[in-house]
Design a protein around this ligand. Sequence first.
Ligand code: SAH
Ligand code: SF4
Length: 338
Amino acid sequence: MFSKSEIRDALINYPLKEIMEKATCEKRKIFGNRILIRGIVEFSNHCSKNCLYCGIRAANINVKRYEMKEEEIFEVVKKACELKIKTVVLQSGELKRKKILKLGKIVEKIKGSFSLAITLSLGDLTKDEYKYLKECGADRYLLKFETSDEKLFEKLRPNTSLKERIKNIYTLKELGYEVGSGNIIGLPGSNLDTLINDLLLIKELELDMIGVGPFIPQRDTPLKDGKSPNIDITLKFLSLVRLLNPISHIPATTSFDALHPEGRILGLKSGANVVMMDITPPKYSKNYKIYNKKTEISYYKDLAEKMRKMTEMVEKSGNKLFFDIGASLKAQNPRLIF
Ligand code: SAH
Ligand code: SF4
């Protein structure tokens, strides 16, 4: 199932149940029923960009902006370690250089204190900044290309280009990061061809991690009236991502829950082998409104309680949580494998 026409045929004609089963079978061959868990800290919602789909875009004056202090980030990472989490993702909007340098010091401190992997998700930086953060100890970087349609990309991400984004992905690889990328499924202005090309681009990039999720409208953005894709096409897309990329780490993200009450469980039944747990303190997380969240975040304030819910959810999908650093199967980096 690799050619463009075969992918098109699968997206249109292949029964969803069968494709989900195939994806699960492929995942089981590599990962068994083990599901990796990553903790995500949304440490700042400041952003200099104006992506039309995103609720923390610079032009949104309804956002209460925040930046977690170094001690707060450190504290939350410590709590994650106590819960046996072995990867933390530090995510934010696009920050000024001064803040990037400050973050490097925090990365250094965390790596010096705990045995875990750090993934960064900070958007487009200069090569120098990526290099600096790598030298501070960051292991992985998540930079989604969002859409493979150049024109749509430029419309939805003003003053940026797909070429530049892809170039950054290759720069990150060259610097030795494990790299994740992916798309937003069903962005307004995209169509079936976009999805097919997104799948082909994901494959071409040979990624360590693949983050895909549905478009969820956010009420303070120019795309507030846009429609989310339906759950079936979203799960089909995810299943195809797995079938085309057997050894990549693929999360079932919280955005799946915005489409369906059991969205993430269905994601875990469509080839995903990773779950993300939001470990941002709720007082900040409530202002990280990239899209309108309909998740457990505000309900389970206590992280241990959240972990219990996560364990239940994973077990309901027929899998088991696995507390491992979860290095890329492509990376030959013994430092990260234990
Ligand atoms: N600023 C960084 C990282 C934070 S945004 C960056 O842009 O790379 C993290 C991800 O949120 C983005 O990559 C995008 O895929 C996703 N996102 C933003 N708004 C969204 C929306 N309305 N629906 C679904 N995903 C969205
Ligand atoms: Fe900023 Fe990222 Fe949102 Fe774009 S998607 S506005 S870069 S946080």
